[in-house]
Write a protein that binds this ligand. Structure first.
Ligand code: ADP
Ligand code: ZN
Length: 511
């Protein structure tokens, strides 16, 4: 049977999605491939369909043990002989799988990376015709979800020299792709990178003050719809879910600290539309195939753009309009910066967080910025992000910028953002008095500007590269070389006008 007939017969589809057919052709021609396709793009088809046309077995390496059984069940329901092999199975179940393998009764075998060694003892080099590495970003410490067990996959190419190898992931920038290929010993592999643009997703970023009230207003617009709210901590998931439930919303929490059975039931009820809102850590969503998620809210800032993109990608998979709302707060930034600093390869993590922050603070089209992260360039502004929809006005902010920068200078670059604002506004609280900064010349020079507006302006200054946060030095603000030009060379500065609170409220109420 040819591939179109097989597509129809086993999966019920009439046509291939973008890139699927080319990828399948290459797989059938025994090529090694590196495939990057957004979540929901149809990666599985790229190895499931060829497995039916190749002689031997297709090994699918996946870290998602919890989903293997479902995946295999649905393949079987489609008349495809599939099995799985992982540590969640008891000995007799594993024996049964090995028996099926021996009797040549499997086309596809899903295996967890930890279980491969064990499985290898039962496979001859010639048994395997195709190896698919799903969630391949897990192999790279450059990726955002590194799994040590994945680093053991390098020998697969040696163990099965005549099998072709296809690495698939939804998230891998150029450096990560190169690293994955190198580690899997498929440096020559052809790359396929599908478009990351999701034009039906409205992108929005809002300041994170009064989040609960903002969320409540937002949810009123999505009364009967499903959505996910991502929170940073387990506790905040639970708190938010409780709060929303008590306000009459259909909400539940989901995080890795909850009992397995409870988690499964939340996931199942969400898929069946019995629970509308899941307040979750990033543990939720991997591999969930629910097409009618209408919104994804990031209650806290994600660690990096890959994660953000993957999470918002769970909305609007049916192609109908959906909304991705991100709350951005300075406190989150500090917390994430500390996490990143404590992690292994902290430099990479910090740089990635910095890109995330730039995205959140952008005053230019967000979609352009997001796609440029994946090396994809839009010709025009998208018209479907908050920046495009509310083009900010700019004003000549040279004077207020000079005030802020000169205060930083006079405080010998030893003040945090909060203290800087207090000093500019002439506050008389303990931290100002203790620091002795009430005697500097710019003390109180910015009384006429509200605390919140100062915060926004200074964040813009940081974003424009005039100031930077010295995270290793108590988050003190430091002047950059560019700041010198503003302080001493009369360089002009433009900042975006901050909408008045009532304008923001009106806008949010409309949103
Ligand atoms: P990914 O792994 O890239 O996130 P999946 O492989 O889970 O995506 O596919 C997402 C959904 O798209 C699944 O429901 C799958 O059956 C469906 N799908 C895949 N290929 C096609 C196709 N050619 N036509 C229609 N639907 C498809
Ligand atoms: Zn835009």
């Amino acid at each position: 049977m040819n591939k179109h007939d097989l597509l129809k017969k086993h999966f019920g589809y009439d046509s291939f999605r973008p890139l699927q057919e080319q990828i399948i052709n290459d797989v059938l021609n025994h090529k090694d491939l590196m495939v990057v396709m957004p979540t929901g793009g149809g990666k599985s088809m790229c190895f499931q369909l060829p497995s039916l046309m190749l002689d031997g077995i297709t090994l699918v390496v996946s870290p998602l043990i919890a989903l293997m059984k479902d995946q295999v069940d649905s393949l079987r329901a489609n008349g495809i002989t599939a099995g799985y092999f992982n540590s969640s199975q008891v000995g007799t179940e594993q024996q049964e799988m090995l028996q099926l393998l021996k009797e040549n009764q499997l086309k596809l075998l899903y295996v967890a990376p930890e279980s491969i060694q064990l499985l290898l003892q039962h496979l001859k080099p010639t048994d395997v015709s195709l190896i698919a590495i799903d969630e391949a970003h897990c192999i790279s410490t450059w990726g955002h979800d590194f799994r040590p067990a994945y680093t053991q996959l390098a020998y697969l190419k040696q163990s099965f020299p005549q099998a072709s190898l296809i690495a698939l992931t939804a998230t891998a920038d150029r450096a990560t792709r190169a690293d994955i290929k190198k580690q899997l010993a498929i440096s020559h592999a052809q790359e396929y990178v599908a478009s990351f643009d999701r034009p039906n997703l409205t992108l929005e970023v809002r300041p994170g003050n009064d989040r609960l009230a903002q969320v409540r207003r937002f949810l009123k617009k999505y009364k009967d719809d499903s959505g996910i709210i991502y929170c940073l901590s387990r506790k905040s998931c639970e708190k938010l879910a409780d709060k929303l439930s008590s306000l009459g919303f259909s909400a539940a929490a989901y995080h890795a600290g909850l009992e397995h059975r409870f988690r499964e039931s939340v996931q199942e009820q969400f898929i069946k539309d019995e629970i509308k809102i899941v307040c979750a850590t990033i543990a939720f969503g991997m591999g969930i195939d629910k097409s009618n998620v209408r919104f994804v809210i990031h209650y806290n800032m994600p660690k990096n753009i890959e994660g953000y993109y993957q999470e918002i990608g769970r909305a609007g998979r049916d192609g109908i309009d959906a909304h991705a709302l991100l709350f951005h707060s300075y406190a989150d930034m500090i917390q994430l910066r500390n996490f990143a600093g404590d992690s292994g390869n902290s430099e990479v993590q910090i740089a990635k967080l910095e890109r995330m922050k730039q995205f959140a603070e952008a005053l230019t089209c967000r979609r352009r910025m997001l796609l440029s992260y994946f090396n994809e360039y839009l010709e025009n502004d998208c018209g479907n992000c908050d920046v495009c929809l509310n083009k900010p006005d700019f004003f000549d902010a040279t004077l207020i910028t000079q005030k802020a920068l000169s205060a930083v200078y006079r405080m010998k670059e030893r003040a945090s953002l909060n203290l800087l604002i207090d000093v500019l506004r002439g506050a008389q609280n303990a931290s100002v008095i203790d620091s002795g900064f009430q005697s500097i010349k710019t003390y109180g020079a910015g009384r006429d500007i509200s605390w919140n507006n100062w915060q926004q302006y200074i964040i813009q200054m940081i974003n424009q590269g005039l100031l930077e946060i010295a995270f290793h030095e108590f988050n003190h603000l430091k002047l950059t070389p560019q700041a010198q030009a503003v302080l001493f060379e009369k360089q002009k500065v433009q900042l975006a006008v901050i909408p008045k609170p009532e304008e923001l409220a009106a806008r949010n109420a409309k949103a």
